[in-house]
Design a protein around this ligand. Structure first.
Ligand SMILES: Cc1cc2nc3c(=O)[nH]c(=O)nc-3n(C[C@H](O)[C@H](O)[C@H](O)COP(=O)(O)O)c2cc1C
Length: 363
């Protein structure tokens, strides 16, 4: 249970008045939200931490979902001749209702089961079950084949990012007359110095796994790597990684004496892991991978989807000797690895010759 859920629980159900008051204050301070219902079921779900919500209802039933900036409250009027308040009371929200962001439900009204109150709707009259309420007191039957706004089968975030990327590509095409797929290397990337690399070395080596690519023209291969580091080797900016001796990419690095390390935005995680899942020596992985290859000005290969490319000239390949290691842990690890000569790790040092960042317009 996160902090918001804990505060809601205390605010709505605690018998201890002092605790309840403290939770109410914190909810208001931290989330700009007030929840004060005569009855509220424990299963009610507040999306986006009820940010900006004022929820003052008679009763909220099970499995209701309430999005941000929703107001549920009263719609009373004072009759001056009679000196009485009229239209007194707060809404009842029946089970399985979804209330989208910015909706306002006011007065002693009933929102029927399974209905959806659309974003920005203003509702001061009853809404029958299985309807969509929208606009000002409008409603129409809900299509039973669709869950609107909320479903317990939530969409995978990668799919949203993919859809957004397609929208961005379309936008770039219409606004800037730019088609990323048709753009060449110079339009996509701008050269920066190694000192200008914006990410720290630990993020680059441990969190964003680089894709190492070696080869020329149509004949190239990529693998995923992790670990290694960056620094100065014989006073030149250098990057090093630890590659198993059997890697096909390593064979091509040795043949061409140059290679690239491409770093991708998070949404290309699937492709990055795919390149680390099978060898290009005995598969067609470079044809299968959903990335667009591009040649650097020096003729090495990277990908249009990369956000950072580091190009290297092979400087040194070292096979560490188990005796080189000083800690028992490292010695045990390396002796284990060295049992099979095919499993040898090579320390591969590359002198950084070029660094390119994705053109900021295209981020
Ligand atoms: C996240 C991740 C990190 C990896 N890190 C390394 C690494 O640092 N060194 C290595 O030799 N293999 C590493 N691999 C495994 C290789 O990428 C994988 O074996 C790849 O299929 C080798 O391809 P190749 O034979 O076509 O060159 C990693 C794989 C993944 C998924």
């Amino acid at each position: 249970m996160n902090m918001f859920e804990k505060l809601v629980k205390i605010n709505c159900y605690s018998k201890n008045k002092i605790l309840r008051k403290a939770a109410t204050n914190l909810l208001e301070k931290l989330y700009c939200c007030e929840i004060n219902c005569t009855e509220i079921d424990k299963s009610v779900l507040f999306a986006h931490h009820a940010c900006g919500c004022t929820i003052v209802a008679s009763k909220i039933c099970e499995n209701v979902v309430i999005f941000q900036n929703v107001s549920i409250g009263s719609n009373m009027k004072f009759n001056k001749p009679s000196g009485e308040w009229e239209n007194v009371g707060n809404p009842i929200i029946s089970k399985n209702v979804v209330i989208a962001d910015g909706a306002k439900i006011l007065g002693p009204v009933l929102i029927g089961e399974n209905s959806v109150v659309g974003a920005g709707a203003i509702i001061t009259k009853d809404v029958p079950a299985n309807n969509i309420a929208y606009g000002v007191n409008q409603f129409k039957p809900k299509d039973a084949n669709y869950d609107l706004v909320y479903s317990s089968n939530m969409i995978n975030s990668d799919k949203i990012i993919e859809a957004n990327n397609q929208l961005i590509a379309k936008y770039m095409k219409t606004i800037y007359h730019v088609n990323v797929e048709e753009m060449n290397f110079a339009q996509l990337f701008k050269e920066i110095s190694p000192e200008e690399i914006p990410d720290d070395v630990f993020t680059l080596t441990g969190k964003i796994y680089p894709v190492i690519t070696a080869g020329k023209g149509e004949h190239y291969n990529s693998m995923t790597a992790s670990g290694g580091g960056m620094g100065l080797l014989f006073r030149k900016p250098a990057i090093w990684c630890v590659l198993q001796s059997t890697r096909y990419t390593l064979e091509l690095i040795q043949k061409e004496q140059s290679y690239t390390l491409s770093y991708f935005p998070h949404e290309y995680k699937k492709q990055v892991h795919f390149l680390g899942s099978k060898s290009g020596r005995d598969s067609e992985k470079m044809k299968e991978v959903e990335l667009t290859s591009v040649q650097t000005p020096s003729g090495n290969i990277s990908f249009k989807e990369a956000r950072l490319i580091i190009e290297c000239k092979l400087a040194q390949i070292t096979t560490p000797n188990p005796d080189d290691f000083c800690t028992q842990e490292a010695r045990d690890y390396i002796s284990e690895v060295y049992k099979d000569p095919n499993e040898y790790r090579k320390y591969v040092f590359g002198e950084i010759t070029h660094v390119w960042m994705k053109n900021s317009l295209l981020h």
